[in-house]
Write a protein that binds this ligand. Structure first.
Ligand code: SAM
Length: 231
């Protein structure tokens, strides 16, 4: 199923998404299709996106909507649950996780306010499954005053992400930056227009072996054991 054509054909509840998000969704979400995944979307809007995720991820998916607006409760149907509360409230988020378990995917399309995005990310991201994906959309708000944004303003989520790039590379900082849990559980941070995607995963030992040339198998094994070629 192609998510973009599904969106164009959709005639149920209203969905509101930028068109260039669709290839991004497919790039990071396709491996979860038809799996028994838990997907949390923060921000239910008019309910259509929850229906779209349900169709896309298939019959085993549990789609969880979070919204501050009590009217969103009416979007519940088979496979779709909605929890009412503020995304930035860690106690509320914990109560949701107590009911639905740890999510495979989080999509933050909620308030788009900088402090809310950061508070939500700081709570949910470290708790996610080891191969989880965390996607924040509509980050153009990081440049807009009415969402507490502003170019290079330290409190925006985009600035927070810039620091996380250093944290991602902390193992190579020669002691300048202590590696964190984020360092050891994040494979990638991907930036797009208005979107950032965090790809979780754990590493085996990080080293940069050499191969080829005249090296024989025994030498290769010894070098590997001793960690030669580590940079
Ligand atoms: C952009 S709409 C979501 C659109 C929907 N995901 C879609 O794709 O069609 C944003 C939603 O976030 C909700 N919202 C705003 N502030 C919130 C907060 N602090 N916590 C949770 N939800 C919030 C709003 O009520 C609104 O329904």
């Amino acid at each position: 199923m192609n998510l973009w054509s599904d969106f164009l054909d959709h005639n149920e509840r209203i969905i509101h998404k930028w068109k260039h998000y669709f290839p991004i969704y497919e790039r990071y979400f396709s491996e979860f299709v038809y799996k028994p995944v838990t997907v949390i979307e923060i921000g239910c809007g008019r309910g259509g996106s929850l229906q779209m995720w349900k169709r896309y991820f298939g019959p085993h998916a549990r789609i969880v909507g979070i919204d501050i607006n009590p009217a969103c409760k009416k979007f519940e149907e088979d496979q779709i649950e909605v929890f009412i509360g503020p995304q930035q409230d860690h106690g509320f988020l914990q109560s949701v996780l107590d009911k639905v378990g740890i999510p495979d995917i989080v999509i933050d399309d909620g308030s788009h306010k900088m402090s809310d995005i950061t508070a939500t990310f700081k709570f949910l991201y470290p708790l996610m499954l080891k191969n989880g994906v965390y996607l924040v959309e509509d980050l153009h708000t990081a440049y807009w005053e009415e969402y507490d944004g502003g170019l290079c303003k330290p409190s925006t989520f985009v600035e927070h992400c810039k620091q996380l790039i250093d944290e991602l590379n902390a193992d190579h900082s020669r002691g300048a930056l202590e590696p964190t849990k984020f360092t050891s559980t994040t494979l990638g941070v991907h930036f797009y227009d208005s979107v950032v995607v965090f790809e979780r995963g754990t590493y085996t030992r990080k080293f940069a072996p050499e191969t080829g040339g005249k090296m024989n198998k025994l030498e290769w094994k010894i070098r590997q054991k001793l960690g030669f070629g580590v940079q």
